[in-house]
Design a protein. Structure first.
Ligand SMILES: *[C@@H]1O[C@H](CO)[C@@H](O)[C@H](O)[C@H]1NC(C)=O
Ligand SMILES: *[C@@H]1O[C@H](CO)[C@@H](O)[C@H](O)[C@H]1NC(C)=O
Ligand SMILES: *[C@@H]1O[C@H](CO)[C@@H](O)[C@H](O)[C@H]1NC(C)=O
Length: 204
């Protein structure tokens, strides 16, 4: 059924009007228990020089973008964010992660693994406004080859999710897998965004 989900452009209006997301009322992250065996292969994830962000909840794109721009959220329109974001990430194994986008902007985050869950870490921006985008990211699903799905509990109480990928687009098969998964966790997958990378000026 995911093919029928209205795409982001239809959701932009509601985001601009106010960041009151239905997804915030379910709290799937906090009910996720530690897996019996690790979900994610840390060697694989840390070997990736660039992680694309082809599909994510709309609230997530907004938070990530506003944090990279370091602007007041009320001065950022999701419509411009959507076309210029071109967001990529690198997760280093040393407690640092770097986000890139908007034609060359970068932002560094400190990451701290949770002691009781190897698939989860907390993150907070280094310097700047730390209130826009910080929280706990918990990777729940991956093939250890092409993509990983993470649920994110932001420190402002919002719940979101995103898919990291080795390629700028997901296959239709992977997209169906992650959207079904997000729905089963209780997320409202009408509010999701597909980032496009083909028109990025700077390939980051
Ligand atoms: C976790 O799940 C239980 C049972 O499904 C529910 O009662 C509880 O409110 C949930 N907690 C959170 C923080 O979502
Ligand atoms: C991914 O790697 C982790 C850690 O090695 C492993 O526990 C998990 O089963 C792997 N998953 C897949 C789908 O290969
Ligand atoms: C982690 O590694 C990256 C890449 O080598 C580097 O830029 C960053 O400064 C390192 N962070 C820390 C805390 O050592």
């Amino acid at each position: 059924m995911w093919q029928l989900v209205p795409l982001t452009l239809l959701c932009i209006t509601s985001v601009v009007q106010g960041l009151s997301f239905r997804a915030s009322t379910n709290q799937p992250c906090f009910n996720i228990s530690k897996p019996e065996t690790p979900v994610l292969d840390p060697k694989w994830i840390h070997s990736l020089e660039k992680i694309y962000y082809p599909v994510m909840s709309t609230v997530h794109l907004y938070r990530v973008a506003v944090d990279l721009l370091q602007k007041d959220p009320k001065d950022v329109r999701l419509s411009t964010v959507y076309y210029d974001a071109c967001i990529t990430w690198t997760l280093f194994g040393n407690g640092t992660s770097v986000q890139r986008g908007f034609n060359g902007l970068t932002r560094e985050y400190e990451t701290t693994p949770l002691s009781d869950n190897p698939d989860a870490f907390t993150f907070v921006g280094v310097g700047g406004n730390k209130d826009i985008y910080a929280g706990t990211l918990n990777t729940l699903l991956t093939d250890n080859k092409t993509f990983f799905f993470s649920a994110i509990c932001l420190s402002n109480g919002e719940m979101s999710w995103g898919v990291g990928s080795t390629t700028p687009t997901l296959t239709e098969e992977t997209k169906k897998i992650v959207l079904d998964y997000a729905t089963n966790l209780g997320f409202n997958t009408e509010d999701f965004t597909e980032l496009k990378y083909d028109s990025c000026k700077n390939k980051n």
